[in-house]
Ligand binder design. Structure first.
Ligand code: PMP
Length: 385
């Protein structure tokens, strides 16, 4: 017997990067600049809090929306860091990673036939999330000449005026672009004018290297139409603990909780204790990791320029997005540099429109490995020039 797959599952293509893992397995000296995951260990105080909670036997479900203390800490943190005012009772939900929050939002607010505009290049999970919810994706390409920032012109040109939801992610995965307040305003005006709901993925909000992050939800008239996603995976190096959250108006978060309470019940309890401690005592650890990412970012940008590859000045997250030299597609470059030099990078095409001809380089890797990887890329480019 074979299982008959749902149309939704059949529609989603397999991940474009699986092939690269297979090639990577052929060599044992691969340096990976491919994964979007911090190389740092979770700050010790957060791990210790998780261990203590286990020792004390705190292994039951929590409230559906997450431990009240944690929601209060999140409310204080986002107010303090990003000027976002959300109440712990009804306007915050703690989820199993930002991933669950994104999925809940698609399922809570997208009906079959609804259009979800996605600013691209974009994190690879949005498009499948829309499809699983029965919606239609409308790619909105951003351009390198605009520093990969979303513009009202790009929204207009893509036909986003008729969309129902707009998804944006700044600081951006995969480009490293950020959106300063002045650039967000025309996008917010477009959303207000065309009555779009905005999903703003701000999981890299702490990781900016040129000014502070601004949330689109802080702009006039935006709080009531925006859901903000954030979490502990990136800034607090807690990917495996699976903890994130969403912020939004009470009725919206209530709708997301309606799905969450049946499908997840509550986010991982041990991770909630770790997250509470992370917010209470790990600011210095975060600052130190950000400083190290910034050093790596500058090193990687400098090296690409020395190698002669054009690279956009990434200012956030832990990615940069160089152009492949002439004579290669991004896929070819990524495949050949992996086979010949053992460096794993991701071709920009997998992130949707606007990504072709680029590579995503993650610098969530130690400086020594970055140095070796960039030397290998240099050797590859020199050989094929
Ligand atoms: N959003 C973006 C833009 C990401 O890059 C990632 C992780 N790669 C996520 C969400 C998912 O994060 P989490 O581990 O919190 O589910």
């Amino acid at each position: 017997m074979t299982f008959e797959l749902s149309d939704r599952v059949e529609t989603v293509p397999p991940s474009g990067i699986r092939r690269f893992f297979e090639i990577a397995e052929e060599r044992d000296d691969v340096i990976s600049l491919g994964v979007g995951e911090p190389d740092f260990a979770t700050p010790w105080a957060a791990r210790d809090a998780a261990i203590t909670s286990l020792e004390q036997g705190k292994t039951s479900y929590t409230a559906n929306r997450g431990k009240r203390e944690l929601r209060e800490a999140i409310a204080d943190y986002v107010a303090d860091r990003f000027d976002l005012g959300y109440g712990a009772d009804e306007e915050i939900i703690v989820t199993a990673g930002a991933s669950e929050a994104v999925d809940l939002a698609f399922r809570a607010f997208v009906d079959p036939g609804d259009t979800v505009a996605i600013a691209q290049p974009a994190y690879i999970s949005y498009e499948p999330g829309v499809i699983f919810a029965g919606g239609d994706v409308l790619p909105v390409p951003t351009k390198e000449e605009d520093d990969f920032r979303l513009t009202a012109e790009a929204l207009e040109a893509a036909g986003a005026a008729d969309a129902d939801v707009l998804v944006l992610c700044y600081p951006n995965n995969p480009t490293g672009a950020i959106m300063p307040a002045a650039d967000l305003e025309p996008v917010a005006a477009f959303a207000r004018e065309h009555d779009l709901t905005v999903f703003s993925d701000e999981i890299y909000a702490e990781l900016t290297y040129d000014g502070e992050h601004t949330s689109i939800a802080t702009l006039p008239g935006m709080r009531e139409r925006t859901i903000v996603f954030n979490g502990f995976s990136k800034a607090h190096a807690m990917t495996g603990l699976r903890l994130g959250y969403a912020l939004g108006p009470a009725d919206a978060i209530g709708a997301m909780n309606k799905i969450h309470q049946y499908t997840m019940l509550s986010a991982p309890t041990t991770a909630q204790y770790a997250a509470l401690e992370a917010l209470e005592s790990c600011d210095d650890d975060v600052r130190e990791m950000v400083a190290q990412y910034d050093r790596r970012r500058q090193f990687v940008l400098t090296r690409f320029r020395e190698i002669g590859m054009d690279v956009f000045e990434a200012k956030g997250a832990f990615y940069c997005f160089p152009e492949v030299p002439e004579g290669f597609t991004a896929e070819e470059f990524a495949e050949e540099v992996l086979r010949e030099q053992g460096v794993a990078v991701v071709p920009g095409d997998v992130f949707g429109e606007g990504g072709a001809g680029h590579l995503r380089i993650s610098y969530a890797t130690g400086l020594e490995d970055l140095r070796r990887a960039l030397n290998r890329i240099e050797a590859f480019v020199e050989e094929h020039a």
